[in-house]
Design a binder for this molecule. Sequence first.
Ligand code: NAD
Ligand code: UFG
Length: 341
Amino acid sequence: MANILVTGGCGYIGSHTVVELLGDPSCQVTILDNLSNSKRSVLDRIERITSRRPGFVQADIRDGAALSRALGEIRPDAVIHFAGLKAVGESCQKPLEYYDNNVCGSLRLLEAMREHGVKNIVFSSSATVYGTPANPRIPETEPVKRGNSPYAQTKVDIEWMLEDWHRADSSVSVCILRYFNPVGAHQSGLMGEDPLGIPNNLMPYIAQVSVGRLPHLNIWGNDYPTPDGTCIRDYIHVVDLARGHMAALSHCLNRPGLYAYNLGAGRGISVQQIVDAYNAILEKPISYVYGPRRPGDIAEYYADATKAAEELGWRTEHGVEDIVRDTYRWQKANPEGYPGD
Ligand code: NAD
Ligand code: UFG
């Protein structure tokens, strides 16, 4: 297919995407990652799954000189840009670090791409750019709003930076992907989500309770105006998400333009439904208690995923049962996550 640079490719979504890329024998892949939220041993796991080892450059996207060197040597056809900080709560405590890492880092990356004539980019955005939507089912025509956290605002800023670059140079091809809730793990049990410290997100929290690393789950709120009272999200299996990147990359390379797509399954699932589905596959169900609402949570939203289906020919293939089974398989085989530092 092509020669691809993957920033943040050692992370959760990036590593699953690298596996899909390497599954195409005509694809060359190099990861650029500073390992601030991932481990080098991910590379061994990628190699075990694909029998191919991606190139690896340990560098920070804020380091313009290192980026320029890497792009000059690799001469990629396209960049898939995952590198960034992603914790919504932490971004409220450390906004400047988030703007520096995500916005300044992305700016350095685009400058290096321009310097080396690299004109194709697929970018990891987030459904958070929609803020509080008018309706729970969100199409791409929903306006992008001022972010309701510094994290969300960094995604908005980067989207706008990419749009402006494309407007100034129409040969620059940009594919913005707005993820809903990525969950699950690779079917091999060799790769999955490995958060630092106590997880903030639902799925890794449940997974750690299921292997005894955490005592119980708190369900944040059961008094929402939803059928069972718990919040509804669009959980998307990470392998489906990775395949969405393959489709987006090929679109970006073959039909240069400016695109934005929702990547979600297009259906809402409640927290209670996720917990029940997870417990259904366990011999000893996880225990949970209902707690207060978590500040900032929206009762219900999910993707209108029609545009990605129509234009990219992509749709999700994994259901909730696959998500909970693959998550548990990964966590059980790797209770402490990836080996090494
Ligand atoms: P992750 O933390 O697992 O992966 C990000 C990777 O980027 C890590 O390997 C980290 O070491 C690296 N990185 C961070 N800052 C860097 C820098 N300055 N220079 C070089 N490398 C750097 O996160 P993820 O869940 O795989 O998310 C990937 C992307 O998708 C992020 O941009 C995130 O904001 C976005 N996203 C994630 C979710 C989600 O729920 N996981 C949802 C929407 C969007
Ligand atoms: N939840 C619990 N208990 C927990 C953790 C979460 O009940 O211990 C609930 C939350 O209250 C929420 C639901 O599970 O109702 C999902 O919460 P997550 O933290 O897993 O995910 P969010 O929907 O808050 O946000 C996630 C990512 C963002 C991303 C967004 C895109 O964290 O980075 O999806 O929709 F932008």
